[in-house]
Design a binder for this molecule. Structure first.
Ligand code: FPP
Length: 242
């Protein structure tokens, strides 16, 4: 039994319940190979599959992936179109495996701006997996942390009307965010060398552990995934206490 397998057994209750990924470095990975950026995004989708398989088997219950940010519309039309097709590819190709794994597909972000063809596939995947319970895969798509907080405040104000200010507190606003049922991410992993959150899970990241690596997202392999988990288990989380 590998050292990690042993630790997973012994420290099962300390395993992260929710790991979130900022999948950065697809473009540079492709450039290194003198290939178009789309080649990097396809390889990025493969890396996402590796994470789902590996951490799904470890028993992590929620995996979130930052796949398209509210700022990503600024990329070329060609690249945006390509990125809008990835959820379609993923759902067409991976639905049988998601069902086999008991994985449920959900989304964070403002989906009102997603092209119909993409949104139809996303909804199809969500519906087909709605009864699955072993693993939640949350894809952040047209997602921005500030946008989520503003949408939440608007929704809360609409519901509470003149009682809004009275009702406004952390717990209640949390209920108006995209997925109040999910635990906050215990760990946020960013590949590609930058050390920032780039508008990801601003509210939910309050006490998340952060892991940054120079590796480009498509290079993520089991060895690194083991290292990330081992590093997390070595940390001592205090949540502001002693
Ligand atoms: C950032 O790398 C990555 C993205 C904007 C897209 C990531 C999306 C995937 C890996 C797959 C998504 C899958 C589904 C199912 C929607 P970058 O392009 O900014 O890389 P760079 O910094 O090297 O240019």
């Amino acid at each position: 039994m590998s050292q990690l397998e042993n630790r997973i057994k012994v420290e099962r209750e300390n395993l992260p319940k929710h790991i979130a990924f900022i999948m950065d470095g697809n473009g540079r990975w492709a450039q290194q190979r003198k290939m178009p950026r789309s080649f990097g995004h396809n390889a990025g989708l493969d890396a996402m599959r590796r994470v789902i398989r590996f951490y799904g088997e470890v028993g992590i219950k929620v995996l979130s992936f930052y796949a398209f940010s509210t700022e990503n519309w600024k990329r070329s039309q060609r690249e945006v179109n390509f990125l809008m097709n990835l959820p379609i590819d993923f759902i067409e190709q991976d639905l049988p495996e998601l069902m086999e794994r008991g994985a449920r597909l959900i989304y964070s972000g403002d989906l009102t701006k997603i092209p119909k063809k993409t949104l139809d596939a996303m909804r199809r995947g969500e519906k087909a997996t709605a009864q699955n319970n072993d693993l939640i895969i949350n894809i952040a798509f047209n997602y921005g942390g500030r946008d989520e907080i503003i949408r939440g405040i608007r929704a809360m104000a609409l519901e509470h009307k003149e009682g809004f200010l009275q009702a406004l507190n952390e717990e209640d606003l949390g209920k108006f965010l995209d997925h109040p049922e999910l635990p906050d991410p215990d760990l946020i992993v960013r590949t590609g060398g930058e050390q920032r959150l780039s508008n990801f899970f601003l509210w939910q990241a309050a006490y998340s552990e952060l892991f940054f690596t120079e590796e480009y997202w498509p290079d993520l392999n089991e060895e690194l995934l083991e290292k990330i988990l081992g590093d997390y288990l070595d940390r001592n989380r205090r949540f502001g206490g002693l």
